[in-house]
Design a protein around this ligand. Structure first.
Ligand code: BEZ
Length: 211
């Protein structure tokens, strides 16, 4: 069954390039990103994994652990990572799950048979500290994902979790946020000491609280 926002992220044990893990235990109390790529030794995936390795400090800064998955065996992962390091001028610095029997891929509904009946699509799951799924993305094999956008969404999710704000269209780090409707006008001065602007009773802005 498809995994929906708010669902608990299914737990599993798996072999990864960093050893065997129990997923929830590996996540600990922080945020996590689980993402699939269709196949080892393929061009788009090679560029994606290189990019994620380069962005690892950005994920670390946000307290987010990252883990990749493909339905290829560990020996393929190990050989391919050497190619990624060489061609993308980086060092892959996060674990990759080897899932040749599709145990995890099936658990997370990452194989979409009408697109391809053996490979995974490009799935992304962002998981919160409560182990609930906060974001899902699904891209086709032919389109590399935008991991800057993933970081932008994580920033938005973390602002909502910590400060009762939402982020407007095309929001970027540092721009004004929207006060969520659950906050009454009376609560605003105490909760948003940086001030607020009311455009309509339902459209209230405040400077980004954590800046
Ligand atoms: C790629 O990563 O380039 C790719 C993988 C599977 C199908 C098509 C492209």
């Amino acid at each position: 069954m498809a995994i929906r926002l708010g669902d608990e992220a299914p737990d599993f044990t798996a072999d990864t390039t960093a050893g065997s893990i129990s997923f929830h235990e590996w996540l600990g109390d922080g945020w996590g990103v689980l993402f699939s790529h269709p196949k080892d030794y393929t061009p788009v995936c090679t560029t994606e994994l290189g990019r994620v390795a380069k962005l690892k400090p950005e994920f670390d800064k946000r307290g987010v652990k990252v883990i990749g998955l493909s339905v290829d065996p560990m020996t393929d992962h190990e050989g391919w990572i050497k190619d990624i390091n060489e061609t993308q001028d980086t060092t892959v610095n996060f674990p990759m799950i080897a899932d040749p029997d599709r145990k995890v891929a099936d658990l997370y509904d990452m194989v979409h048979p009408n697109a391809n009946d053996t490979l995974t699509v490009r799935s992304v799951f962002v998981i919160g500290p409560d182990k609930k799924v906060k974001l899902t993305l699904t891209y086709p094999a032919s389109t590399g994902r935008n991991f800057d956008e993933l970081l932008r969404v994580i920033d938005s999710l973390q602002l909502t979790a910590n400060y009762q704000v939402a982020t407007p269209v095309d929001w970027k780090d540092g721009e004004d946020c929207i006060i969520v409707p659950a906050v009454s006008d009376e609560e605003i001065p105490a909760k948003f000491p940086k001030g607020s602007r009311t455009i309509k009773p339902y459209l209230r802005y405040t400077p980004q609280p954590n800046r």
